[in-house]
Design a protein around this ligand. Structure first.
Ligand code: 4AD
Ligand code: MG
Length: 462
């Protein structure tokens, strides 16, 4: 078998040769004596044009009955077509039908809405848009591993089941057993954890950071890349209950180093995808988001902006009539505020730093003003926040004081406190929401359309 990608990437190796290509029929047109099939084999964004002729095939009649979605194998000669829109076509000598696709197939050749395609998540990767999205997703994941690997970062697999709430926001999914002989549920709303599998209350992780820190304080530079879970009751286009996060953690490093790393990583991933998925990126630029390629080129070639939270609030307060949610120093920024800053004011990625400590997690390093923490969020046009990070509190006494203030049980976090006690040092890290990065790379505006089988509030299909 020959893959269609190879034909497009090195046609000279194949022109004039007889090859066999398996694939799925995207379209079929025929007249009395000949016809065309657009064949896609999944290895490449573009289709291979197949021509078939009566007299040259022993099953011409059968082939004229082929339907969209059918799977076939074509043996034929690859010939150049200098005057056509495709560079070559496959002149069929033999076509084997693996399976005919019945007429009730939902993916007929027409434009389907994203909403409709979400209801057939098992079929949508066969469309142009979703084949492009999910190949870009795969390439971006690889680029992230490549980036960190080239810099000597150790990839750490942090646990998915956890006993701690990293972000302290209480947005966790509980983990219990369904052992009916030994039911964890004693009475409605009351679970006896001493009888449950772990003999304590456990949840799915919202972030790999805390255990990631333990490894950074052994390996200096590490990253995680895995699924995270949040029971956020926000039914928006950028929140999912199950999403993937990339979380580097760097020791002997501060917030500035953290932001430099984030900017380099994002630019690296953009460049990698532009180089390795040019057809897909061109497609997004033409059909999904007209200014995409120009915008990404600007991002790669310019420096990200930096402002403090306090400066952001000043800008927002001057424009407060433009917003639904009120702004004043101390409030958390809403999506509309984030997007205003990055889309209207800077028109490029912006790091917002030094947020009020009250609205951020316990582990962030308290600044000298004792009011703000060494936190950074990266906001990008079209999406809003895609990265959240901080320098971590390395001072034992300050950390314990913060944990008390926030009502955390220090016994549960003794291991985390030990990281300060034994060989503690300044360190920092961040979390990149992988799906939000894919939205940014493709111009797709709904997170449900960059996750193969999305899980969101009220929806867990498949
Ligand atoms: O800002 P967050 O909550 O930061 C953390 O979890 C830190 N522990 C990261 C760290 O410092 N190691 O989340 C990080 C990113 C957000 O900026 C956003 O891109 C993404 O994760 N994110 C979500 N993506 C999709 N759906 C959700 N419900 C998300 N919640 C956060
Ligand atoms: Mg955040």
């Amino acid at each position: 078998y020959t893959e269609i990608k190879r034909l497009f990437r090195s046609p000279d190796e194949y022109i004039g040769k007889t090859i066999t290509v398996p694939g799925w029929v995207r379209t079929v047109r025929d007249s009395k004596t000949f016809g065309f099939i657009e064949l896609n084999d999944g290895t490449f964004f573009k289709n291979l044009q197949v021509v078939f002729e009566d007299g040259k095939l022993d099953n011409f009649k059968e082939i004229t009955k082929l339907s969209v979605g059918s799977s076939i194998e074509v043996e034929g000669e690859l010939v150049e077509t200098p005057n056509a829109k495709q560079p070559f076509e496959l002149k069929a000598k033999r076509i084997l039908v693996e399976s005919f696709c019945p007429a009730d197939y939902q993916l007929q050749k027409k434009r389907h809405s994203f909403e409709f395609l979400r209801t057939i998540s098992h079929l949508r990767p066969r469309t142009n848009t979703f084949s492009a999205v999910f190949r870009v997703r795969s390439l971006a994941a690889f680029a992230i591993h490549k980036f960190f690997n080239e810099r000597g970062f150790v990839y750490v697999h942090t646990p998915l089941i956890t006993g701690s709430d990293c972000e302290g926001a209480g947005q966790m999914f509980r983990v219990t057993t369904l052992d009916m002989k030994n039911p964890p549920r004693q009475k409605e709303g009351d679970i006896d954890y001493s009888k449950d599998f772990f003999e304590k209350e456990t949840s799915l992780t919202v972030s790999g950071q805390l255990t990631g820190e333990a490894y950074a304080l052994a390996f200096k530079n590490i990253y995680t890349f895995g699924p995270t879970f949040r029971a956020e009751n926000s039914n928006t286009a950028r929140h999912a209950a199950e999403f993937w996060m990339i979380e580097p953690e760097i020791a002997f490093a501060d917030l500035k180093d953290d932001m430099i790393l984030a900017e380099e990583m994002l630019k690296y991933v953009i460049n990698y995808v532009l180089e390795n998925a040019p057809e897909e990126m061109q497609f997004f630029n033409s059909f999904v988001d007209k200014g995409l390629l120009e915008r990404l080129a600007n991002v790669v070639n310019s420096d990200f902006a930096h402002i403090t939270y306090t400066e952001a609030i000043e800008i927002l307060e001057k424009n407060k009539d433009k917003f639904e949610y009120p702004v004043e120093w101390g409030v958390d920024l809403q999506t509309e505020h984030e997007r205003y800053i990055t889309e209207q004011v800077y028109k490029k990625p912006v790091f917002v730093t030094d947020y009020p400590k009250e609205i951020k997690a316990f582990y962030m390093r308290v600044n000298d003003d004792n009011k703000t923490v060494a936190a950074m969020d990266l906001l990008v046009p079209g999406v809003g926040e895609i990265i959240g990070g901080s320098q971590r509190e390395e001072r034992l006494d300050t950390l314990e004081k913060r944990m008390d203030e926030m009502g955390l049980n220090k016994e549960d976090y003794q291991w985390y406190i030990d990281l300060r006690k034994y060989g503690g040092t300044k360190h920092a890290g961040f979390g990149l929401g992988f799906e939000r990065a894919i939205m940014y790379l493709t111009g797709i505006t709904n997170i449900r359309d960059v996750i193969p089988f999305p899980r969101t509030t009220g929806s867990c299909e498949f």
